[in-house]
Design a protein around this ligand. Sequence first.
Ligand SMILES: Nc1ncnc2c1ncn2[C@@H]1O[C@H](COP(=O)(O)OP(=O)(O)OP(=O)(O)O)[C@@H](O)[C@H]1O
Ligand SMILES: [Mg+2]
Length: 448
Amino acid sequence: MGKRVLIVDDEKNMRWVLGEALRAEGYEIAEASDGKEALALVAESAPDLMVLDHKMPAPDGMEVLRRIRGKGLSFPVIMLTAHGNVQTAVEAMKAGATEYLTKPFDLEELKLVIEKALRTGELAAEVERLRAEVGKQYDVEGIVAGSASMLSVLETVKKVAPTNATVMIYGESGTGKELIARAIHQLSDRAQRPFVSVSAGALPETLLESELFGYEKGAFTGALQAKPGRFELANGGTIFLDEIGDISPAVQVKLLRVLQERVFERLGGTRSIEVDVRVVAATNRDLQELIAAGTFREDLYYRLNVVPISLPPLRDRPEDIPRLIAHFLEKIGAGKKRIAPEAMQALVDYKWPGNVRELENTVERIVILSHGDEIGLEDLPAEIRSGFVLQGGERCFVLPESGVNLEEVEMDLIAQALERTGRNVPRAAKLLGLTTKTLEARMQRLGL
Ligand SMILES: Nc1ncnc2c1ncn2[C@@H]1O[C@H](COP(=O)(O)OP(=O)(O)OP(=O)(O)O)[C@@H](O)[C@H]1O
Ligand SMILES: [Mg+2]
């Protein structure tokens, strides 16, 4: 079913023109010829969006808007204002208009503005819904997942957890590798036994060896008494070998033997120690590349890569961002704080090089630093806020601290405009403030 758009204008012709144009786009149209009728219709059932003329006999558009927002109704409202009246436009935005258009405007422009407002409105509604649902939404304890790629990861996790199979987790930094490793342990029948985590990258070679396998008294100077290694400590449970791509060839050999025979000796010892340990490993590196470069043993790779799980970077699953934000707001006890739709859109559009960890830290920071209950664009770090930003009704581009590559920005914006308009070049050109011809020329130059 089409989204319901309520057109409020005292001019019959205007209602007719707008109604026809929007019906052709698949919207369901209702009309009101004055402010009173509009408020009555809204009271019956709120529309998905309202196109509201400013200039009407009392109550005028501004008054209607104020009453709607006063009732706590948050559907998007596009205000139509008279040409050259910037004051009214600013006032409208302050009163809670989602966007304004000055008459005369072009119908294509209106359609685009409506599309965008509905899209951001949906996001905001989605977050509210998800927030209300937090607690019920987890399939696996503490792991937020809604994208197809993450749901399929969870399927694999649930299937493999009860077995003893070695699991190899791949993923960029901050994608949740450790979280998944813990979930595998929690969902296995080893859950009551220890989960022991070793970060291979953090330790120098000799230290890593003694950490993993332990040592006997006198194994080296300073080894005043025997000490069990992590493999022994993990007996009956799970050992998580993090950053496995960084371990040295000597440790790789020892590890291979443990994986093959579940047997090893402590440093300086001769007694063979047998352990029952489930191995989960993780890396943010490309093991195939390391094998090709000769720094990672292929036989070890095959022993580890029994069940591979790849965690997608956050930028490839933006649909998870609102639910992760809802989760983190809940986790840090953000109370009544909520994220304004345009801020949410910026958070969803950002590429998150540090993945979920960066998102979590960002949410924490903005909650602490923001004033008031609503987190707006101005509360976001500059690198996230960059892009086109509405500030007091004026558009500007915020240059990130780190600078930009202008050609890349151009390419990216053109690609986005094409994607948003379904590769409709004239409409994309409009979004970019270019003529169709100029856009075509640029696309050619950039090889798009
Ligand atoms: N799907 C998710 N749901 C909820 N929280 C998540 C999710 N993914 C990651 N997190 C959170 O993000 C943070 C980073 O996750 P984690 O430490 O597991 O990442 P990692 O891949 O091990 O990162 P690194 O490679 O830097 O060690 C943690 O606080 C974790 O709880
Ligand atoms: Mg980690």
